[in-house]
Ligand binder design. Structure first.
Ligand SMILES: *[C@@H]1O[C@H](CO)[C@@H](O)[C@H](O)[C@H]1NC(C)=O
Ligand SMILES: *[C@@H]1O[C@H](CO)[C@@H](O)[C@H](O)[C@H]1NC(C)=O
Length: 252
């Protein structure tokens, strides 16, 4: 009976437009995988990375991350309910020339990352003690980033490039190292960097108040690449993704 109710409400939900968050919650409550499969319409097993679905917040595409260098689209539990209970997610990235997906970790998933049509420079720095790994990924090659490891990827070419990343978790999560680290209390950041002082930390990332110079991901990459490709670095990049500081925080 419960499964019938779940099935009906989810199926009708897709028709009548109940909030995505409610659909996800109902699928998580479904007693079995069979109930989940039966609750979803055929078309809900398809995710279109070129036209990702809108979510519950007007104007916000869940799973889409855009910066000056390009954008990525993630299909995961939050926007693609068919992944629920299946432990997988996928991101497709559209990187402009010299664009960099800035150093980040996935707290709950190992990633395999396949270069479709560009040469991608990848770096991997896992836990304390592990050495740094760097590679160029030509079209058709893939690499692996262990769960929790810091990694970055840059389109080292002068043409746009596309990659596909698979994850062994339906909600991999992402932690952008600079966006998060420089969102910590400024005196803690200063002490962590060898007590370089609040003014210097501010100089590094304009962190007093909520201002930031840390560019949104996907960001514009290295000077060497831009010069080689004859591309001018933009005067400014959007900076909305950094962890904000609270006004009135004693540590500002
Ligand atoms: C996959 O690798 C490419 C290039 O190496 C990189 O730009 C991209 O950000 C990686 N994907 C993810 C989801 O980390
Ligand atoms: C790679 O594929 C993307 C998406 O189709 C396209 O925009 C880009 O121009 C392609 N790049 C190359 C080097 O073929």
């Amino acid at each position: 009976m419960l499964s019938a109710i779940v099935a009906l409400s989810i199926t009708f939900g897709s028709v009548f437009g109940i909030p995505l968050a409610d659909q996800v919650a109902q699928l998580r409550l479904a007693p079995t995988a069979v109930d989940r499969i039966n609750a979803l319409a055929d078309k809900q097993f398809v995710f279109d990375f070129l036209n990702p679905p809108s979510g519950d917040t007007p104007g916000v595409i869940p799973g889409k991350t855009t910066g000056a260098g390009g954008h990525t689209v993630e299909a995961f539990a939050g926007n693609f309910p068919a992944t629920i209970g299946n432990g997988v997610a996928m991101t497709v990235g559209f990187l402009g020339p010299c664009a960099i997906n800035t150093p980040h970790t996935h707290p709950r998933a190992t990633e395999v990352n396949y270069s479709v049509n560009g040469t991608l420079r990848t770096g991997l720095l896992a836990e304390n003690g592990a050495r740094f790994i760097v590679n160029d990924l030509p079209p058709g090659a893939m690499t692996v980033f262990p769960q929790g490891a810091i990694h970055f990827e840059m389109n080292n070419g002068c043409e746009p490039a596309m990659f596909i990343a698979g994850f062994n978790h339906e909600d991999p999560g992402v932690l952008q190292v600079a966006h998060r680290f420089f969102g910590l209390p400024i005196d803690i950041v200063g002490a962590t960097l060898g007590d370089i002082g609040i003014q210097e930390v501010d100089g590094l990332a304009h962190l007093v108040g909520t201002l930031s110079t840390i560019p949104d991901n996907v960001a514009v990459g290295t000077d060497e690449c831009l010069k080689r490709c004859g591309i001018a670095r933009p005067a400014a990049q959007p900076t909305t993704q950094q962890q904000p500081r609270l006004a009135g925080n004693a540590f500002l």
